[in-house]
Each structure stands twice: as structure tokens, then as C-alpha cells.
Write a protein that binds this ligand. Structure first.
Ligand code: B4P
Length: 188
């Protein structure tokens, strides 16, 4: 199963991907995690990405695609994967299709986690207290939500237009949402 998880910041993509990888037995690839690891390791790429992420903006398409291409080249992705946080704009959606066509591994389905904005803000505020992530400050969160509605929301129509979109209500316990996602992708 090759699955793309779409949703606003705080919608539960990372949370559900962690659970889905157990259920589907395929790796979870999060571009946010890959970028945070590069920042923590202080690589040249991480140094470039750090300030951009802290402002809540998108890291350049070129950097993220390079990282993703390297990850998708690893053998554990042959059985499938869960892509979390990519694509985040239409250019990334097109680049992903081209990359996966080259690999002969097209996306099977994109799942959109639908959560109200007020609840997104509450969830991220909860995580800010618990984890202190550098881009969970109120200003960065406002920016991330703006970037999402301007640049990432059109990606939902991209997959809808290709008949590959499933919308899932993302409010409820984490296990309830997981069951809905599994139902939507026919994996129950
Ligand atoms: P990400 O790491 O993708 O962060 P995110 O959008 O905030 O989602 P995340 O997965 O962390 O949160 P989740 O919804 O699971 O991106 C961070 C930054 O990296 C971006 O702003 C950008 O700068 C850069 N980046 C990443 N990918 C990029 C790309 N492709 N191109 C360019 N730049 C890129 O969870 C949020 C909180 O909600 C958690 O605390 C969780 O516990 C809670 N929660 C989840 N489900 C819940 C539920 N059902 N009930 C209650 N709480 C729940």
C-alpha cells in the first residue's frame, strides 16, 4: 500500500502514520521528521532548513525532494510506504508523481484528515507545552495554518481530480480516527 496522508498542521498525520505503519507493515516517511533530523545533526541542509521551519514556512521544494528521493530509494519502501507531510504544494505533488512513475510505484490513495481550525490550534498548543517544538510558537503556528490553506489545500483537489482521495473525519480518539482511516482505505 502506497499511502499519502494529507491534513493541516495538528490534524494528526504524524500520530496516525505511527499507528498505520504497524497496521499496514510499511515504513512511515515524514518529511518533517527527516528535516528535524537534519537540523539536529547540523548538516548543511539542516542549517538551511532551521530558520525556515521556525518561521512556519515551507523548506525549498528542491531540498525536500532530494531528501525524499534518497529515502524512497531504500529497499524497505518496495512493499509500500506511508508518506506524511509530503506533498505540501502542487509542485511537490507533480514532482512526487514523476518520481513514483520512474520507480513504477504510483500512489494508491491519499487520505485527508479533516479537523476544525480551532481544534488544530488547541492540539498544537498542547504539544507546545509537552514537547516545546521550535515551530509550535503561536506566531509560527498562525503562519503554518496560512501556508496550509494557501499552498497545501489545493493538493486535496489534485488527488480528488485523480479519483484517489478519501476524506476522514479526524476528531475523536486516536484509535477511533485510526479505525476510520483503515475503513477508508479498505484495510479493515
Ligand atoms: P510536520 O512535521 O509535517 O508537522 P505538522 O504539519 O505540524 O504535523 P504533525 O504530523 O507534526 O502533527 P500531528 O498532526 O500528528 O512539518 C513541520 C515543518 O517542516 C513544516 O512547517 C515545514 O517547515 C517543514 N516541512 C515538512 N514537510 C515539508 C515539505 N514537504 N515541504 C516543505 N517543508 C516541509 O499532531 C499534532 C498534535 O495533535 C500532537 O500533539 C498529537 O498528539 C495531537 N493529536 C493528534 N491526533 C489527535 C486526536 N485524535 N485527538 C487529540 N489529539 C491529537
Amino acid at each position: 500500500m502506497r499511502l499519502v496522508l494529507l491534513g493541516a498542521p495538528g490534524s494528526g498525520k504524524g500520530t496516525q502514520a505511527t499507528r498505520l505503519k504497524e497496521a499496514l507493515r510499511v515504513p512511515h516517511i515524514s518529511t518533517g521528521d527527516l528535516l528535524r533530523a537534519a537540523v539536529a545533526a547540523g548538516t548543511p541542509l539542516g542549517q538551511q532548513a532551521k530558520a525556515v521551519m521556525e518561521r512556519g514556512e515551507l523548506v525549498s521544494d528542491e531540498i525536500v525532494l532530494g531528501m525524499l528521493e534518497e529515502r524512497l530509494g531504500q529497499p524497505d519502501t518496495r512493499a509500500g510506504f506511508i508518506l506524511d507531510g509530503y506533498p505540501r504544494n502542487l509542485a511537490q505533488a507533480n514532482a512526487l508523481d514523476a518520481l513514483l512513475a520512474r520507480l513504477g510505484q504510483p500512489v494508491d490513495i491519499a487520505v485527508q484528515l479533516d479537523v476544525d481550525t480551532e481544534l488544530l490550534i488547541q492540539r498544537i498548543a498542547g504539544r507546545a507545552q509537552a514537547e516545546g517544538r521550535a515551530d509550535d510558537t503561536p506566531e509560527a503556528v498562525r503562519n503554518r495554518l496560512r501556508v496550509y490553506s494557501d499552498q497545501t489545500a489545493p493538493v486535496i483537489d489534485y488527488y480528488r481530480g485523480r479519483g484517489k482521495l478519501a476524506c476522514v473525519f479526524g476528531v475523536g480518539s486516536m484509535d477511533e480516527v485510526l479505525q476510520r482511516v483503515l475503513g477508508a482505505i479498505g484495510a479493515t
